[in-house]
Design a protein around this ligand. Sequence first.
Ligand code: A3P
Length: 285
Amino acid sequence: MKIARGCGAVSGRSPEVFRAMESLEVRSDDIILAGYPKSGTNWVGQILSDLVAIFEKKTQNKESSVNDEELEEFPYLEIGDTGKYERMNKLPSPRVIFTHLLPENLPKSIFKNKAKILLLIRNPKDVATSFYHFSNGMSPLPSYETWDDFFIAFMTKKMPWGCYFEYLSEWNKYADDENVMTITYEELKKNPVLGVENIAAFLGISLTEKELQSVVERSSFQSMKKNAQKTHGAFGNVLFRKGGISDWKNLFSEDQNEKMDKAFEEHIGGTKLGIKLKYEVYCKA
Ligand code: A3P
C-alpha cells in the first residue's frame, strides 16, 4: 500500500465509519503507526513509507514507489467514508495504517492477528505546543484566542481525539506486547540513524548502509519541509513547523508547568510509557 500524505486534521469519525471499520480484515503483516496527534506521525510515516518501498523492491522485485505520490487510500484509519475499509481489504500487503485512536476503538483483528504496532509518543509539553499552533493554523480545527485558552482545553480533555494522558495510559497496557514497539519523538530526533535501524529491525527489514542513510536523509526535518508543498499541499507549512524539542519553553508559564507536571505524575508517571518519555530530561525547565 502506498502511503498517502496527510495531516490527519480532519476527522471523519462518524458512528457509521466506526461500524464500517470492523469490516477491515487486518493482516499479521500490516504495520500500524499509532500516536497521539502532533507526536510526529507524518515524520515516522515517511520513514515507514521508505522502508516498505525498500522491502518491496527487494522481496517482490517491485519498482520502488519512493517517489510516487499517487494517493491510493488516505492512511489514517479513522478518516474516510464507510466504503474505505472494503477498498482497503483489496490492497496488497504490506499495508501501513496510521491511527490516533485508543486501542479499544481499533478493529479487534489488529490484536487477534498480531499486526505490528509502532507506538509513537512525544512529551506532553511539546505535543500541547505543537497542537496549539496547528489548531490555529488549520481551519477545520477549533482555534484559540490565546495559548492559555488552549492549555485549559488540553488539560480538560477537550481535544479532538481525546485526552493525551488517557491515550498514554490506555496504550501503556499494550506496551509489553511482543508485536508492539514504542519509539519516542525525542529519541528519534536525538539519534535518527539508530531510530530507523530499530524500526527496520522490528519490521524485519534489512538495510544496507546506503539505504539506511537515504531513509534518514529523506526523513530529516529539512528534507520534509522542503518537499512539504509537494507532499502535503497547503497544509505543509503548518505541519512542518519547528520540528524540535523544547519549544514548550516559549509558551508555558510557571503555573502551567506545575499543572502539567502534576497531571503527568498522576496519570502516567511511573508507567512504562511514562518512564520512556524521560519527563525529567525533556519537560523540566
Ligand atoms: P512541531 O509543531 O513541534 O514543529 P504530526 O505529524 O503527528 O502531526 O506531528 C507534527 C509535529 O512533528 C510537528 O512538530 C512537526 O514539525 C514535527 N515533524 C514533522 N516532520 C518532522 C521531521 N522530519 N523531523 C522532526 N519533526 C518533524
